[in-house]
Ligand binder design. Structure first.
Ligand SMILES: [Zn+2]
Length: 157
């Protein structure tokens, strides 16, 4: 039984890695590099996160987390999303369609997007949108957006 469990975990692990391409790893590296742009006042937790957001039309937007002295914070994922929404011409919530988001940090911690960021992405993500992050063992994990948040709030109006 233990052997079967080990075998299934091994197959799952290989399958996860097989879904991560060299291009995906390059975007992960860009996210990690961009984490150095995090705005963190001295004396605050220096946890630096970077996010690379790729739209279905191939545009790339990068964000890093922001912490202000007054206590307000903003995750890297939402910084990247808001850049995509405000820098892309045309306006309107359907003007951005997300292909993937890559999240990294400089500390080697697990770095899945938080629930607030996943909710914020809900107007722009599809079932095909992919979310890349590192797990606690340092492996790159890829999940479908709908597996990260199965029933996001959607405004009916
Ligand atoms: Zn977040």
């Amino acid at each position: 039984m233990k052997f079967l469990a080990f075998f299934l975990i091994l197959i799952w692990s290989l399958q996860v890695r097989a879904n991560v391409s060299a291009q995906d790893l390059a975007f992960m590296a860009q996210a990690k590099a961009f984490a150095q742009n995090a705005h963190i006042p001295s004396g605050r937790n220096p946890f630096r996160v970077g996010a690379v957001m790729v739209t279905t039309d191939g545009k790339v937007f990068k964000g890093a987390n922001v912490k202000l002295a007054c206590g307000l914070t903003q995750c890297a994922e939402r910084v990247a999303l808001y850049k995509a929404l405000t820098q892309k011409s045309g306006g309107g919530k359907k003007s951005v369609s997300l292909r993937a988001i890559y999240v990294e940090n400089t500390a080697g911690h697990e770095s899945a997007p938080c629930g607030v960021c996943l909710q914020a992405m809900s107007d722009f993500a599809t079932d095909e949108t992919l979310v890349f992050f590192r797990d606690a063992e340092g492996n790159v994990v890829v999940k479908k957006y709908s597996d990260m948040i199965s029933h996001p709030f959607r405004n009916p109006h």
